[in-house]
Design a protein around this ligand. Structure first.
Ligand SMILES: [Zn+2]
Length: 292
């Protein structure tokens, strides 16, 4: 009896640490696979003493982001798969990341149909999977508010880029063994906002905006299905947090977020400090792993 319960706890723990996903678990259509044995310890070995421009001692580079396009089994995703491949969306992202970050191990970037509407990082094989079902859902989500197909399609890609960086954050927390004070899902959202806003300029802000809009639409659609036990914050909270990061990054440039009533004044007043704390935290956590 005791052994069975202990095994159950172990299984739950293994699932808990190995899957970092984007949406609440109640949106998933499938159950995660049985946990496997954890592979060799990937803890970084101290050996290099060179410094990057942040004054951090650089860690040794032992890995890359590697793209793997898996075969699509669902006919309706063939078109989007062709576009993702022909425009080298994942390869370009991998190149950018490989130029910027030192890795202690390889991390695989995959797109495929997953039979679930999600994106996730799996620490068992160190892979990020972006499911075509999630892209389709974003497209339908934006279209559901009456937006034209072309606009919905563009916003879908913007929101997907935010999700991709959210999953990258999970992968980095695992690869670098980063200390996370607070919820990992919120930390992943904030890391995605941090990279988008500070590294990708206006395009990055557009990505965070698109994700925020999707959170807002979803919250209205799923209002009665809130799951307070889920590790993700509620969609409304993710919406306000995303807007807070954008507004906090430049109060003048993004003043309309408050004047148009999207973000309450009381919260907005705290956003510059919230944004700066996020920048300081992620800047110092990633500092030793930046190539330049
Ligand atoms: Zn996540």
């Amino acid at each position: 009896m005791k052994t069975g319960f202990f095994n159950l706890i172990l299984s739950l723990l293994a699932l808990g640490v190995s899957i970092g996903c984007f949406w609440s678990s109640d949106r998933s259509g499938t159950v995660a696979a049985e946990p496997e044995e954890t592979s060799a310890d990937s803890s970084p070995q101290p050996e290099s003493a060179s410094e990057n421009r942040y004054g951090s001692v650089k860690k040794p580079d032992k890995g890359d982001f590697i793209v793997e396009h898996l075969d699509v089994k669902t006919p309706r995703y063939l078109e989007i798969d062709k576009k993702v491949r022909s425009e080298k969306l994942l390869s370009k992202a991998a190149d950018q990341l490989n130029r910027a970050l030192i890795l202690p191990n390889d991390i695989y970037l995959r797109t495929k149909d997953c039979s679930e509407n999600n994106a996730f990082y799996d620490s068992r094989d160190r892979s990020i999977t972006m499911c075509y079902e999630l892209m389709e859902d974003f497209f339908e989500t934006f279209k559901s508010t009456g937006q034209a197909e072309q606009a919905a399609y563009a916003k879908m890609f913007d929101a997907v880029k935010f999700v991709f960086l959210h999953e990258i954050a999970h992968a980095l927390m695992d690869a670098y063994k980063l200390p996370v004070a607070g919820g990992e899902e919120d930390a992943a959202d904030r890391c995605a906002a941090f990279i988008n806003i500070t590294e990708l300029g206006d395009e990055g802000v557009r990505n965070v905006m698109a994700a925020a809009e999707a959170f807002s639409i979803e919250s209205k659609r799923n209002g009665s299905k809130r799951n307070l036990a889920d590790e993700h914050l509620l969609q409304e909270q993710r919406f306000y947090n995303s807007l807070c990061m954008i507004y906090g990054s430049d109060q003048n440039k993004y003043a309309n977020i408050v004047s148009d009533g999207f973000l309450p004044k009381e919260r907005a007043a705290r956003c510059p400090v919230e944004f700066q704390r996020t920048v300081d935290a992620w800047g110092s956590l990633l500092g030793p792993w930046k190539k330049e």
